[in-house]
Design a protein around this ligand. Structure first.
Ligand SMILES: [Zn+2]
Length: 397
């Protein structure tokens, strides 16, 4: 394990520091640097070992136990007025509904209703494809990783925590072999606006924890909400408790619905081809998955056209000009505190678009964004293993 958090070397002069010792700039007491939330007392066992497995929640669903330090960090952010008082949503056919408003209200700003916050990352710069795959690692991920490596192409993988636990060989392939960018896609892939604050903390915290532990101490800086189900309450917890930037998308390949019969592989491939041979303003942030051979194949078949049409194809952080992690430039660089995430200037989350038609809206104007239908996606690769194991939640720290 690398010596996490021992060298704070702040880069750039425009980001405020919490204290002279280098505490991160997001909201945390100066005596409780973000790194302490995920620090361990001893080296982490080898990824994939029984001892490593035992460190994490084993059951499916939202973990029911968290370290006290995460709860304390949430309470501090809440006491500081940084967590909006938005009701937990109810789900109506996958669409969140609210007791105290509607999803399009700027104060709620549900992405399901095509509201984007100023802090969301969904429109890359012109000519740039922000390449990302959700729901891994899965048993079929190796084929994608081999393809990416062969093409010397890095990508972002928004990983499900429980899938890391049960597909550790694929995790090692993505991180250690390909040196790809690892980001957060929650622990159990729930509708996040339907969870209490404590449950949101658990879903994000445990995923950050397993990535932190299994990468030698890297701190994830980006997360993508399952089904795109995010509102300002959930955004604020991600940002102010864990320093995570919210990443959505501006095109939905619908690859996830090939297996449900909602669409077909040829239709997905035709749509991808139309996008990558079309206009380059804004860039493309396409929702794609490493779920099945079909979803991976659709990307692999589209990739040559991405290249031949002159796109700059980058992992998410590079597409938007950020370091890959909160404490490192990329997956092989030294660990240190790196400026750029959740700086004070980004502390206010405001809506920039709604279904009625901002340029940044996911369904408006020339950006031609897809509709916001989100159909539940089954967890990949983990269900059978989960059914066989019902071990107690491990409490860390
Ligand atoms: Zn997903």
């Amino acid at each position: 394990m690398l010596p996490a958090c021992t060298a704070f070397a702040l880069r750039g002069s425009s980001v405020a520091r919490g204290d002279p010792g280098g505490a991160p700039a997001w909201y945390l007491p100066a005596t409780s640097p973000f790194h302490a939330l995920f620090r361990r007392q001893s080296p982490v066992p080898a990824v994939g070992s029984d001892a490593w497995l035992a460190l994490y929640p084993q059951a499916g669903g939202t973990p029911t136990s968290v370290p006290q330090s995460w709860t304390d960090a949430f309470n501090a952010a809440d006491a500081a007025g940084l967590i909006p008082n938005i009701s937990v949503s109810n789900l109506n056919g996958g669409y969140p509904t609210y007791a105290d408003g509607v999803g399009t209200d700027p104060d709620i700003c549900s992405f399901t209703y095509v509201c984007n916050a100023t802090t969301d990352l969904n429109n890359p710069p012109d000519g740039v494809i922000a390449l990302a795959f959700d729901d891994g690692p899965t048993p079929v991920s190796d084929d994608l990783y081999d393809f990416l490596s062969t093409n010397h192409q890095h990508a972002t993988h928004f990983m499900i925590g429980i899938n890391i636990l049960w597909n550790s060989a694929q995790f090692i392939h993505a991180f250690n072999t390909n040196n790809d960018h690892i980001a957060v896609h929650t622990w159990s892939h729930p509708y996040m606006t339907n969870l209490t604050n404590a449950e949101v903390v658990a879903e994000l915290g445990w995923t950050v924890q397993i990535i932190h532990d299994s990468t030698g101490g890297l701190l994830p800086a980006f997360w993508r909400p399952p089904y795109g189900d995010v509102d300002n309450r959930v955004r604020a917890i991600a940002q102010h408790v864990f320093g995570l930037k919210t990443v959505t998308w501006n095109q939905d390949s619908a690859d996830w619905s090939i297996s449900t019969g909602y669409t077909t592989l040829p239709a997905v491939e035709a749509q991808l081809n139309a996008w990558v041979t079309g206009g380059k303003s804004p860039g493309l942030e396409i929702l794609e998955h490493e779920l099945t051979n079909d979803t991976i194949g659709a990307f692999m078949n589209a990739y040559p056209a991405m290249v031949s049409n002159g796109w700059q194809i980058k992992p998410v952080p590079e597409a938007y000009g950020f370091p890959w992690y909160q404490n490192a430039d990329n997956s092989t660089s030294p660990i240190q505190f790196t400026a750029g995430v959740a700086s004070p200037s980004q502390s206010t989350i405001t809506a920039t678009g709604s279904a009625s038609g901002s340029k940044s809206s996911a369904s408006s104007g020339s950006t031609a964004k897809s509709s916001a239908v989100r159909v539940p996606i089954p967890l990949a690769g983990a269900s059978a293993a989960l059914a066989a194991l019902a071990l107690a939640v491990a409490v860390l720290l």
